[in-house]
Write a protein that binds this ligand. Structure first.
Ligand code: HEM
Length: 410
């Protein structure tokens, strides 16, 4: 463990991960970028890992083939007390296994397909806003009424769920999320496990239907069924890698909708600008992705070979935690990085990660967020927080940032 004389770095002696500061990363990241950009920390399970906090170092780690994302390697960082039992998913694989899955799914996320989805997306978001506006109830919880149902409905579309199963799908996905973030509460963890089991069962059912037909089609489940037929992967691998979309595409997009809205409410001048000129919304979404970089403790790696990062030797087999939410607040890359500014040049942010694992769903996520903010700002222009900011309950221990509820009124 690295000793340090800098009092701001005292937190280094506490096991990682550390609590975020609401919309911001833990304060200590700023000091780390200055004083100790590659720092060894203790994890809750007693292992050690290297924290990488500067933009350029994170970029290097995420694009260097000597660094692996394979969590079956001994020493891969585990951020909970106990190593979770997880199926093998392509998020945690290296090429060439990883490349096989990326090839299977790429077509489902190309710009053309996402563009074609736009009218349906607008109808979905408008329908949810109609419900909000027509209900007598105020305040409403934006998390429940908008942030969660948009991505879960979109996920049900891209997985080819049946229309009549929509309610089940959204409900199970919400139970998984709302209960799943806090692994320290055994009852909540049990409810999350139950919901996960139901969704895995549902993915298996969709697969079985496709298996029965000669042409399984080219949607995500269809591609997986064909890959099993071609002997490229097993049926269990297909189910696990179909299910991962429900986890990867839901909490993230929901969190960005909620915290993006909250960020705008905290910056009313910029919110008014977007209302006056909606053509600024796409760049504002990019700035939200940078400023919030909500995927906090998911991007984990291990050195497959000895590698030097920022002048520090990291040996093969040692865990690496490239902190994308620190990198995106690095003043060296984004001047005044702690300031939210919808006009800034946001190019190169790590909101969707970087390198071979960079988010496969990013075009879709951008499409969802742009439509959400276009419709929300236009249709509820007087939207405001219904409780003091300080009363909001942040998911401080979750691996993806968010709030449990966002009570708003207008
Ligand atoms: C705003 C919303 C989203 C954010 C902020 C986000 C963020 C990320 C990040 C940071 C990674 C990289 C993980 C790593 O390097 O270890 C990632 C990967 C991934 N994301 Fe997203 N994501 C979002 C939406 C989505 C959506 C809508 C989907 C699919 C429907 C999706 C599916 C995935 C998958 C499958 C991976 C793994 C890719 C791979 O390992 O090759 N994400 N995402």
């Amino acid at each position: 463990m690295t000793d340090t004389a800098c009092p701001k770095l005292a937190q280094l002696s506490e096991p990682f991960p550390w609590l975020r500061s609401r919309l911001n990363p833990p304060d200590v990241y700023t000091a780390l970028r200055k004083e100790q950009p590659v720092a060894q920390v203790k994890l809750r399970n007693g292992d050690s890992a290297w924290l990488i906090t500067r933009y350029e170092d994170v970029k290097m780690v995420l694009s260097d083939s000597r660094v692996s994302a394979d969590n079956s390697r001994e020493g891969f960082p585990v951020l909970t007390e106990v190593r979770p039992i997880s199926a093998r998913v392509f998020l945690r694989m290296d090429p060439p296994d990883h490349s096989l899955y990326r090839r299977l799914f790429t077509n489902n996320f190309v710009v053309r397909r996402v563009r074609a989805m736009r009218p349906d997306l607008e109808r979905l978001v408008d329908g949810l806003i109609d419900e909000i506006l027509s209900s007598e109830q105020r305040p409403i919880d934006l998390v429940h009424k908008l942030s969660l149902p948009v991505p879960s409905t979109v996920l049900s579309w891209i997985l080819g769920a049946h229309q009549e199963d929509q309610e089940f799908f959204n409900d199970a996905a919400e139970r998984l999320l709302v209960n799943g973030y806090n692994a320290t509460d055994p009852e909540a963890a049990g409810r999350a496990m139950q919901a996960a089991g139901e969704l895995v069962g549902y993915v298996a059912k969709l697969m079985a239907e496709k298996e029965a037909s000669e042409d399984p089609g080219d949607d995500i489940i269809g591609e997986l069924v064909q890959a099993v037929r071609d002997g490229l992967i097993t049926r269990e691998e297909a189910i696990a890698n179909g299910f991962i979309f429900i986890v990867a595409g839901h909490d993230t997009t929901a969190g960005m909708t909620t915290l993006g809205t909250l960020t705008l409410l905290q910056h009313p001048d910029q919110m008014a600008e977007l209302q006056a000129d909606p053509s600024l919304i796409p760049n504002a979404v990019e700035e939200m992705l940078r400023y919030l970089t909500i995927v906090d403790q998911v991007v984990l790696r291990i050195a497959a070979e000895d590698i030097e990062v920022g002048g520090q030797l990291i040996r093969a087999g040692e865990g690496i935690i490239p902190l994308i939410n620190s990198a995106d607040r690095d003043d060296e890359r984004f001047p005044n990085a702690d300031t939210f500014d919808i006009h800034r040049d946001t190019r190169g942010h790590f909101g969707f990660g970087y390198g071979v694992h960079q988010c496969i769903g990013q075009t879709l996520a951008r499409g969802e967020l742009i439509v959400v903010f276009e419709r929300l700002l236009k249709r509820i222009p007087t939207l405001k927080l219904a409780v003091p900011f300080d009363d909001l309950e942040f998911k401080e221990t979750a691996s993806i940032n968010g709030v449990l509820h966002l009570p708003v009124t207008w």
